[in-house]
Design a protein around this ligand. Structure first.
Ligand code: NAP
Length: 282
């Protein structure tokens, strides 16, 4: 059996085109152009690339983009003052502080300071609470992209066993909540899970979000399963996911590659969240 590859890059491009059409229509109607502010503290090279990509993506769909590149020694008070300003800026509908900030910054305090209705990362405890209680709110981007990828296969989520490997606040937990909302029976695995292979083998849907190359091997995959690989593991030989892609492709029904699967969907979902935040604001 050879799995169908889920092309996250193509799907993200299609979503970005749809978002651009909506932004163009808002502008032509004289409406409020969605605006995203990205704040980067320090000079972390990977973060600089992520922020540049977000800025480019935002401009490419015609959104208003503001990027604040602050020196590494910026104090918590200065950062919170900037967030306070952005919270009340009518041109800004989404605020994102690039993670990780320098060590002297309390990241959870920074997230708490963001107006939940502008929290396009979906990390604010109010948005997490909304997600867990089934209320409308901003949902974090990578998990939202994962659900799009699963739905693109046409496989119904309702009633299926979904195994999520990883329980971080930014990926594993929100993915599990979203799958629960879609009426899957969810098994959440983590570093203390015993018999990981036995658990994963139950999954009609498998979402791997660990950060360990090839931790999910082909023998763990139920034949025909939908496999979404969120892992991003940089090695000297390139970028790899958490799933042994070549071998797992022989067993799974659908599988995402790394790169080109979950990654590109994250920025598309950020744009979608900014659009949603702007629409709600209006
Ligand atoms: P994280 O905060 O380090 O969480 C990793 C999770 O994996 C933890 O819950 C951990 O369990 C679990 N884990 C570790 N070893 C395990 C094992 N042997 N068996 C089962 N579970 C194990 O990482 P993250 O932020 O969620 O990110 C996960 C991966 O996704 C990383 O590779 C990251 O780069 C990638 N990522 C990709 C995107 C994207 O846009 N595609 C976005 C975000 C993250 P414990 O909780 O017990 O420690």
């Amino acid at each position: 059996m050879s799995a169908q590859i889920i092309d996250g890059k193509a799907m993200a491009a299609q979503l970005r085109a749809q978002i651009k059409t909506r932004v163009d229509a808002i502008r032509e109607a004289g409406g409020c152009v969605p605006g995203l502010a990205v704040v980067l503290v320090g000079e972390d090279p990977a973060s600089q690339i992520y922020v540049r990509n977000k800025e480019r993506a935002c401009k490419a769909v015609g959104m208003h983009s503001e990027v604040y590149r602050l020196p590494a020694q910026t104090s918590q008070v200065e950062l919170l003052a900037l967030i306070d300003r952005l919270n009340v800026d009518p041109a800004i509908h989404g605020i994102l502080v690039q993670s990780p900030p320098p060590k002297h910054i309390d990241e959870s305090a920074v997230i708490r300071a963001i107006n939940p209705d502008k929290d396009v990362d979906g990390f604010h405890v109010i948005n997490v609470g909304r997600l867990c209680t089934g209320q409308p709110g901003l949902v974090s981007c990578t998990p939202k992209g994962v659900i799009h990828l699963i739905k693109s296969t046409g496989v119904e989520i309702c009633g299926k066993v979904a195994v999520v490997i990883g329980r971080s606040n930014i990926v594993g937990k929100p993915v599990a909540q979203l799958l629960l909302q879609e009426n899957a029976t969810v098994i959440q695995c983590h570093s203390r899970t015993k018999n990981l292979a036995d658990m994963v083998r139950l999954g009609d849907i498998v979402v791997a979000a660990v950060g360990k190359k090839n931790i999910i091997t082909a023998d763990m995959i139920k034949p025909g399963a939908v496999v979404i690989d969120v892992g991003m593991n940089r090695t000297e030989d390139g970028l790899f996911g958490d799933v042994d892609f070549e071998a797992a492709s022989e067993v799974a029904g659908y599988i995402t590659p790394v790169p080109g699967g979950a990654g590109p969907m994250t920025i598309a979902m950020l744009l979608q969240n900014t659009l949603e935040a702007a629409a709600r604001h209006v």
